[in-house]
Write a protein that binds this ligand. Structure first.
Ligand code: AMP
Ligand code: MG
Length: 433
């Protein structure tokens, strides 16, 4: 049965969550404190639906899968060759071929002393045999197979029944993101459909009077909207259902209508722009009016201002991320905060991405007290070590730096200036960008 109900009912207000976190200061939050807050604020969503395996790619498994069968179901040959019993190999190292075992068509007899069976890869091991010698290692004369001494060990080239998975064994835990390997594994178990978590519905729009939609004529002081495209791409790669709501001007009635429509259709709303201090726009005021929203200044670069909150919608609540406007800041705050939060909502169990260590090829100036994410190009040095160089201009509007980079150099909160040759942490883009 299909049941695609995403449900999220808040238990504590944002102020209450903040009170419980030690040292919570919305005006100076560390990146770690942001993650800790979001973990308390946003629970996984309810609901699940049944899908066929071809439709399960990139979905999140909603139940544990126990293997109903053993894979492989029989002992079988890993090579094309000759199956025989190792213990009863005659002194003369010769065997008589007595039949052929094909994949899907077993040899029905029982091997006697001095006999072997010609066997194909994947064929069931004949009764009485325990070893396969590959055909290219033997010398054949008529029906006689000569095996040179010492070239084969007992049990060679025999795949054991259940060596991949045994019947009754845990195959995949709930919360697994079903990649190509997991889909193949489910199929290998004969499983035709699985229950998966509902896809997360994410609505997004860009704000700002200076933001042009594609197709509009350029005008002085205006820039084309890139944020919708980067956000759309990152959400799509995550397997979300995306709801594009265009560009919304700094006009209270338009903003209100956009937020209300987004809340009706989605589990999460992502906006960009209009959350920095001194903004002469209505985005912040509208967020405040419609929901329980915190406006943060995060000790990070790029991406200092950010709003998070909830907009009530009937009995449920919609999570809101008000990202900064600068194109690089949008992508960095998405990777650092939005992605892990959405993964939690999707019920996905994933270890945080491991950071790589690479030697910095340049001096990276920094003061302690904020986290910096610099766009980096990781490569292998002539002596085989990982090394990283920045893309140059680290301005938060320089989107080309995100294209050139293959990862973000993470300079942690307490870290100070890095010298050439020192190790730094890098968050690789990992197919998401
Ligand atoms: P804001 O956060 O609204 O102050 O915007 C910061 C900077 O980002 C400004 O230079 C904006 O023009 C730019 N910006 C805001 N939204 C977008 C967008 N959707 N696409 C490209 N640039 C943007
Ligand atoms: Mg703006």
């Amino acid at each position: 049965m299909t049941c695609a109900l995403n449900y999220f009912l808040p238990t504590a207000t944002l102020a209450e969550i903040g009170d419980k976190l030690s040292g919570y200061d919305p005006q100076a939050l560390s990146a770690d404190a942001v993650l800790a807050f979001l973990e308390k604020m946003v629970p996984p969503l309810n609901g699940k639906e049944d899908v066929a395996i071809f439709q399960a790619l990139d979905r999140v498994l909603a139940h544990d899968v126990i293997s109903p069968i053993s894979v492989p179901p029989h002992d079988n040959s890993a090579m094309d060759g000759y199956a025989f019993n190792f213990q009863s190999l005659p002194r003369g190292q010769t065997l008589q071929v007595t039949g052929t075992a094909f994949a899907g068509k077993a040899w029905p007899g029982h091997l006697l002393q001095g006999q072997c069976v010609k066997i194909m890869t994947g064929a069931i091991m004949p009764e009485g045999s325990d070893t396969v010698i590959p055909q290219e290692l033997v010398h054949i004369e008529g029906d006689t197979v000569h095996i040179a001494a010492g070239i084969v060990q007992s049990g060679d080239n025999r795949r054991l029944c259940g060596e991949d998975l045994k019947a009754g064994q845990s195959a995949l835990p709930s919360g697994t993101r079903l990649g190509p390997a997991a889909c193949g594994l489910l199929a290998s178990l004969g499983i035709q459909q699985v229950s998966v978590k509902p896809r997360l519905r994410v609505a997004y729009f860009s704000t700002g009077n200076e933001i042009l939609s594609l197709g509009q004529a350029p005008r002085e002081g205006a820039v084309y909207d890139s944020n919708r495209y980067t956000v759309h791409g990152m959400l799509t790669r995550m397997g979300c259902e995306v709801i594009d709501m265009g560009v919304v001007c700094d006009e209270p009635t338009l903003l209100e209508a956009a937020f209300r429509q987004a809340a009706m259709q989605s589990d999460v709303i992502i906006t960009s722009g209009g959350v920095s201090v001194g903004e002469a726009d209505f985005t912040k005021a509208m967020m405040k009016k419609l929901g329980d929203v915190a406006f943060w200044r995060i000790a990070m670069r790029p991406g200092r201002p950010m709003a998070v909150g909830r907009i009530p919608q009937g009995e449920r609540s919609c999570v809101l991320f008000g990202l900064p406007g600068n194109p690089v800041a949008v992508m960095v705050t998405f990777l650092a905060f939005v992605r892990p939060t959405l993964e939690r909502m999707m019920g996905m169990h994933r270890q945080p991405l491991p950071l790589l260590k690479a030697r910095s090829q340049e001096v990276l100036r920094k003061k302690s007290g904020r986290t910096e994410y610099q766009r980096g190009i990781v490569s292998t040095s002539p002596n085989g070590e990982l090394q990283v160089i920045t893309t140059g201009n680290q301005g938060s509007g320089v989107l080309s730096s995100m294209v050139q980079a293959n990862g973000l150099i993470v300079l942690h909160h307490e870290q100070e200036t890095t010298q050439i040759g020192e190790w730094v942490d890098v968050m690789m883009f990992d197919g998401h960008l």
